[in-house]
Write a protein that binds this ligand. Structure first.
Ligand code: ADP
Length: 672
């Protein structure tokens, strides 16, 4: 039947939901799926199932659920193998499932594909191949450390070993399952292993042990409320007792098996139990009871279409009737038995032939399987190679990272040491300049002492010599003139010594340059008054307009020295009848003091030499006053120590303007 429209879609949807939930619940659910699938497919026809299955696969493709697709393919295979006995088609589905599980790395899908392929080989009577695939399934399951699936594979492997008559290997498998139960208890796997072991011991005629294991299995089935398995257990226990000639116990177990089978309406089981009870009565020579039970077995066997129970029913009905003296009916059943035997034999032969054909076909499929295996091995190798390359890359990246960090670290530390070096160099440079200055100071000092002091003192001694040796020859006017010259020389010497001492003190750091708030006008006024007479001596006009106070932050004695030096220079280098102007102006945060004269002025070349220790420059004044070239150096030194600047503007023959700045006091700002 083909589903169409909404109904079809609904079914697809349900199938997908089923698989999504199955896969979400890990291996326990996968085990349930595997165990319960045979029961689920009992009620469906193959065609109906396959249509639904195909549609569900299409939906899985649409939603890209590879895992669901793998298990849907496995279901299709199981349907083909277990219901249609078409092992070729089953194998096709399993191969497709395997290829997909491989490519999308659904490992549980790989395990179940192997398990089901192994089952196909077992069904067609090829235990060796079957075991090979079970080993592959087991390898992946071990890798995943999935105990419950490993137990399932071991039980299956034991059964295949039994089929190959490798009983010891089978025993090992089952015992291993029992050991695994310590790690993860799975009642179904345990009960199966127990009854498998029991069957093994029964095969070896160790009935006591077989009985013991079956009873253990029976108790688990009862706990699990698995009535079908309970009935089967009771039945085989009955058979064992029968083999042990304990007919009463055998009978009791058959009776119990019958009751359980009746309660779940398991026709085949009912037939089997009635047969066993019938045989029991036959052995007891109670033919009437035997016949009654065997007839019930016959009817149940017919509705179950169970050939083996029917055969047994025919056999014992014939025997019982013969013993009861009803030879005619005995013969009838004998004939039915023979026909059934023939039929079963023929069916078995047909099946064998089919199996052989399947085997041949499967051999061809195996090539496809080998190809798949090769692809997988290749893919795994590629993956391993990729991983190795990835590892190398990570290694290289890590190394590069370390090298980068090292380089950065080295670079930074080099930069740091470079900076330190630069700092040290700058300090050395500074110290060099200081040393150079010191050296220049020292040179200047000695040159002044050796030359400039010697000159005036020489002229003084020659004056005093003149006075001593020629006193009588000198007129009063001469003496007065000499005394005037002497006085001038002494004054010059005094100025020089004064400057020299102050400068020496400033160089040795002995002068206190502490600043205070002073009115610069006061300093200018005092110096004007001090030098007024000297200016008047040269008929020079000293102009000074003392306006409002201008407050500066400065050290008064040093500013005083500066003003005095600049003013005496102006007088010194201005010819008679010249004019000298003193002024102070406020400019932003500074106060600028200027002393301008109408004197000799200076060339650009001379200006460049001023204020410098290393370029000695001195010229005599308009009245041949001698100098040392120390005054301006002192001025620059003192003004800078007060935080100001000093500069000159001059033109040869026209005059000069010497200016300096001092920082204005806040007091001045307020007053302004
Ligand atoms: P000194 O006056 O003892 O030579 P200074 O350092 O005071 O030393 O001055 C150095 C030189 O600068 C002077 O010799 C002179 O050549 C020049 N100078 C200074 N002041 C003036 C000025 N007002 N006018 C022209 N030249 C000046």
């Amino acid at each position: 039947m083909i589903f169409s429209g909404k109904a079809g879609l609904g079914i697809l949807f349900l199938s997908l939901i089923f698989f999504n939930t199955v896969l979400a619940q890990e291996s326990v659910s996968l085990l349930d799926w595997y165990r319960e699938f045979p029961r689920k497919m009992e009620d469906q026809t193959i065609d109906q199932f396959l249509v639904n299955n195909e549609n569900a696969i299409l939906s899985a493709i649409e939603v890209q659920d590879d895992s669901a697709r793998v298990f849907l393919l496995l279901e299709a295979g199981m349907m083909q193998a277990d219901k249609a006995f078409n092992y070729e088609l089953a194998m096709d589905s399993y191969l497709r499932a395997m290829a997909l599980a491989d490519s999308s790395r659904v490992q549980s899908g790989q395990i179940f594909s192997y398990l089901l392929i192994a089952r196909v080989f077992k069904e067609v009577g090829n235990p060796e191949k079957s075991l090979q695939f079970l080993e592959k399934a087991s390898a992946i399951s071990n890798l995943l450390k999935d105990t419950s699936i490993t137990a399932l594979i071991l039980n299956e492997s034991g059964n295949v070993h039994v089929m190959a008559n490798q009983l010891d290997d089978a025993r090992k498998d089952y015992e291993q399952v029992l050991q695994l139960m310590d790690q993860l208890y799975d009642p179904v796997a345990k009960a199966e292993a127990l009854s498998n072991l029991a069957n093994l011991y029964a095969k070896e005629n160790d009935y006591n042990r077989a009985l013991d294991f079956h009873k253990q299995a029976l108790s688990i089935w009862r706990q699990q409320r698995n009535r079908l398995e309970e009935a089967n257990s009771l039945n085989v226990i009955g058979d064992l007792y029968s083999l042990m000639k304990n007919d009463e116990r055998a009978y009791a177990n058959y009776k119990a098996a019958l009751e359980v089978n009746l309660s779940i309406d398991n026709k085949e089981g009912i037939a089997e139990a009635y047969n066993s009870i019938g045989v029991y009565y036959f052995n007891q020579e109670k033919y009437r009871e035997s016949l009654a039970n065997l007839e019930l077995a016959l009817s149940a066997g017919r509705s179950a279409q169970s050939k083996n129970t029917l055969r047994k029913s025919y056999e014992y009905l014939s025997n019982s009737l013969k013993e009861s003296g009803d030879f005619r009916r005995a013969l009838e059943y004998k004939e039915l038995l023979m026909a059934m035997n023939d039929f079963i034999l023929k069916e078995e032969n047909d099946q064998k032939l089919l199996d052989m054909q399947s085997q041949y076909a499967l051999e061809e499929k195996e090539q496809a399987l080998t190809k798949l295996e090769n692809i997988r091995v290749q893919r795994e190798q590629e993956l391993a190679e990729q991983k190795r390359i990835q590892l190398y890359l990570y290694g290289i990246l890590l190394l590069a990272g370390i090298i980068l960090v090292l380089i950065i670290y080295l670079y930074l530390s080099k930069q740091k040491s470079n900076k330190q070096l630069q700092l040290i160099n700058a300090r050395i440079e500074e110290q060099n300049i200081q040393l150079q200055n010191l050296n220049n100071t020292k040179d200047k000092f000695f040159s002044i002492i050796s030359h400039d002091l010697k000159g005036p003192l020489n002229s003084l001694t020659s004056f005093s010599g003149l006075l001593i040796n020629h006193f009588d020859a000198l007129s009063k006017d001469d003496i007065q003139k000499l005394a005037k010259d002497l006085d001038k020389s002494l004054k010059n010497l005094f100025v020089l010594l004064n400057n020299l001492l102050e400068w020496a003190r400033s160089q040795t750091g002995n002068i206190d340059f502490t600043r205070e708030t002073i009115n610069i006008q006061d300093v200018l006024q005092q110096n004007k008054e001090l030098l007024d007479a000297q200016a008047a001596g040269k008929s020079i006009t000293l102009l000074y307009e003392n306006t409002e106070p201008l407050w500066v932050e400065a050290n008064k004695p040093s500013v005083n020295t500066v003003v005095r030096n600049l003013l005496s220079n102006a007088i010194k280098f201005t010819p008679v009848n010249g004019v000298i102007k003193l002024s102070a102006t406020s400019n932003n945060h500074e106060v600028i003091v200027s002393i301008s004269d109408t004197g000799l002025g200076m060339s650009k070349k001379v200006i460049d030499k001023l204020f410098r220790l290393d370029a000695k420059h001195t010229t005599p004044g308009t009245q041949n006053e001698q100098g040392t070239g120390l005054g301006l150096i002192l001025c620059k030194d003192f003004i800078e120590k007060n935080g100001g600047r000093i500069w000159v503007e001059s033109e040869e023959g026209k005059g000069s303007v010497f200016s300096f700045s001092l920082s204005a006091s806040a007091k001045q700002d307020v007053s302004a």
